[in-house]
Ligand binder design. Structure first.
Ligand SMILES: NC(=O)c1ccc[n+]([C@@H]2O[C@H](COP(=O)([O-])OP(=O)(O)OC[C@H]3O[C@@H](n4cnc5c(N)ncnc54)[C@H](OP(=O)(O)O)[C@@H]3O)[C@@H](O)[C@H]2O)c1
Length: 199
């Protein structure tokens, strides 16, 4: 398969590249690097990326920003960062990409653990993650030409423990191998409309 991985250089993205690159042709995309540059917060940039790469068999997104703050200090604009970037950015990867993905191809998005196992300051992330689950449930039944759509929801990665571990007291980090396998299940398997939990 020819697989586009957006956010390939990140902690989650690297697990996907490691798992899939031995069996497939990978096109990496990122804001500042990769085979192709894209800003998922800009629909025109997403359209330009798809024009540049041509048809692919699968699109995997491992990106999306959210704001972290105590609930009492959260502003509407800070909630909108997660909804505009992590949620709408990934939805736009699907809306813009449907015409560029082959029959029976797939989209795999990324959410995260915080809508089912919350941490302090994580209300924005929890909101975005749950919205992505809702999108996948609602949209999968209308995908054209047999295309599939799932979202992977990982716990804190072992690879990210140094960066974020202090914010996640009591959380058991998940191995890169298990995270990569969840994306392989979505891309290479038959699931659609699922939130694939890794914890
Ligand atoms: N890390 C974890 O433990 C974990 C666990 C569960 C869920 N998640 C979720 O997984 C996603 C990725 O997390 P991560 O920890 O892997 O992040 P990361 O290490 O910071 O990597 C983010 C990647 O996304 C790219 N990116 C950032 N903004 C972009 C934009 N506007 N357009 C296109 N690409 C953009 C970055 O590209 P550049 O480097 O070129 O800027 C980078 O490759 C996030 O939604 C996060 O909430 C992460």
């Amino acid at each position: 398969m020819k697989i586009l991985i957006v956010g390939a250089a990140g902690d989650v993205g690297q697990t996907i590249v490691t798992e899939l690159s031995g069996r497939h042709k990978i096109i990496t995309a990122g804001r500042n690097g990769g085979d192709v540059r894209v800003d998922i917060s800009d629909r025109a940039s997403i359209d330009a990326m798809y024009q540049a790469i041509g048809q692919v068999d699968a699109v995997v997104s491992a990106t999306g920003s959210v704001h972290f703050a105590p609930l009492a200090e959260f502003t509407e604009a800070q909630f909108m960062l997660g909804l505009g970037h992590k949620v709408m950015g990934q939805i736009n990867l699907v809306l813009a990409g449907m015409a560029h993905v082959s029959d029976g191809g797939s989209f795999t998005l990324t959410s995260g653990v915080l809508d089912r196992d919350p941490i302090r300051m994580g209300a924005g992330a929890a909101t975005a993650n749950a919205a992505l689950g809702g999108f996948v449930t609602g949209a999968a039944i209308e995908m054209p030409r047999g295309q599939r759509l799932n979202v992977v929801s990982p716990g804190l990665l072992e690879a990210s423990q140094q960066r974020y571990g202090a914010w996640f007291p009591g959380h058991m980090p998940v191995s890169s191998k298990r995270v990569g396998l969840a994306y392989a299940k979505s891309v290479e398997g038959a699931l659609t409309g699922k939130v694939i939990i890794v914890e």
